[in-house]
Design a binder for this molecule. Structure first.
Ligand code: CU
Length: 138
């Protein structure tokens, strides 16, 4: 009897849908985004609250919309601007592709307070998909 219960329990475990859950991602140092066509989930981590007039970096993990690792190679581009002021950053960040959907962005600098829009472009082959993150820098 016990053996049968154990077997059912093991089978149940085996067939339960497995969802890869990322570690807790909470502001002000971690942000979750979904891309425009719902194909990608982006987790953006900063080492500190986004500062003014000080270089900062971002660690970005891109998975599919269910949070599972990507099966195809992607690339990432990132730009940031203040649409209300019609200007961008005065620096060009360096984006390192670490593979498996992981990217490191160094050399970000927001030179004034207010609403900054970060525009991510995810490229897979010939397809491109955008994701945006608006951050209020104080
Ligand atoms: Cu501005």
């Amino acid at each position: 009897m016990l053996k049968k219960q154990l077997l059912i329990y093991c089978l149940a475990l085996f067939f339960l849908p497995v969802r890869v859950m990322a570690a807790e991602c909470n502001a002000p140092t971690c942000y979750s985004l979904i891309s425009a066509k719902d194909n990608y989930h982006l987790e953006i981590q900063t080492t500190q609250t986004v500062p003014i007039n000080q270089l900062f970096s971002l660690d970005i993990i891109i998975t599919n919309s269910e949070g599972k690792p990507l099966t195809s190679k992607i690339d990432l581009d990132l730009d940031a601007s203040m649409p209300q002021h019609n200007h961008g950053m005065n620096v060009k960040p360096v984006i390192k592709n670490l593979g498996e959907g992981k990217f490191q962005v160094e050399g970000m600098l927001f030179h004034m307070s207010g609403a900054w829009t970060l525009s991510f472009t995810i490229t897979k082959g010939i397809t491109r998909e955008a994701a945006q993150w608006v951050v209020e820098v104080q």
